[in-house]
Ligand binder design. Structure first.
Ligand code: 5GP
Length: 192
């Protein structure tokens, strides 16, 4: 099982979703277990693929039975979390398993799973915090107070880079490079 589980993490807006989607496209035999949530499925979403959709009672039962590596209350009081079973079962079958975390989720997860069971990759924008600030400003109007709060939280997230085994740089307009760098880390780790 060792060397089969990969966690991709990094500050919000850095492009984790883009990287995961590209890896999913290119590696049909890798597994990308979804999160578990109490929110209702939206049209077109598939249980077990987009999310594992469960009731609040089921989610709470899973919390009690310690089935989550991490979980949090996110939108409108809905719970979201990462189940450890689909990760470990995929790896036991000999599959490469890739999972995305925000930095906070990675930190929670790290308390639970032995370090030698997974390899972690931190995704970082080439221009550092400035790149993310630009993206936030471009996306929607934001007050200076809110921006200052976001910058402070980003600084904390960037400071956590040292918790990860590897760093991959994401450069605007160079998705291919980011994907290849992540693939190289994954493929070389599996070979070891
Ligand atoms: P959605 O739009 O799918 O309802 O919600 C997406 C948001 O839920 C994401 O931006 C992310 O913040 C959060 N989320 C999704 N999956 C997880 C998870 O497994 N754990 C945590 N902590 N948050 C999640």
């Amino acid at each position: 099982m060792k060397g089969k589980i990969f966690f991709i993490s990094g500050p919000s807006g850095v492009g984790k979703g883009t990287l995961i989607n590209a890896l999913r496209e290119r590696h049909k035999n890798w597994e990308f277990p979804p999160s578990c949530t109490t929110r209702d499925p939206r049209p077109g979403e598939i249980d077990g693929k987009t999310y594992f959709f469960v009731s609040r009672e089921e989610f709470e039962k899973k919390i009690d039975e310690d089935e989550f590596l991490e979980y949090a209350t996110v939108h409108q009081g809905n719970l979201y979390g990462t189940l450890w079973k689909p990760l470990v079962e995929g790896a036991k079958k000999g599959k490469i398993v890739v999972r995305e975390f925000d930095v906070q989720g990675f930190r929670q997860m790290r308390e639970k799973l032995p370090r030698d069971l997974y390899t972690s990759i931190f995704l970082k924008p080439d221009g550092g915090i400035d790149t993310l600030v630009e993206r936030i400003r471009d996306r929607a109007p934001i007050t200076e107070t809110e921006l200052a709060r976001r910058i402070e939280s980003m600084q904390k997230e960037f400071a956590m880079e040292k918790m990860y085994d590897h760093t991959v740089i994401s450069t605007d307009g160079e998705i291919e490079q980011m994907v290849e760098d992540a693939e190289k880390i994954i493929e070389e780790t599996v070979k070891e």
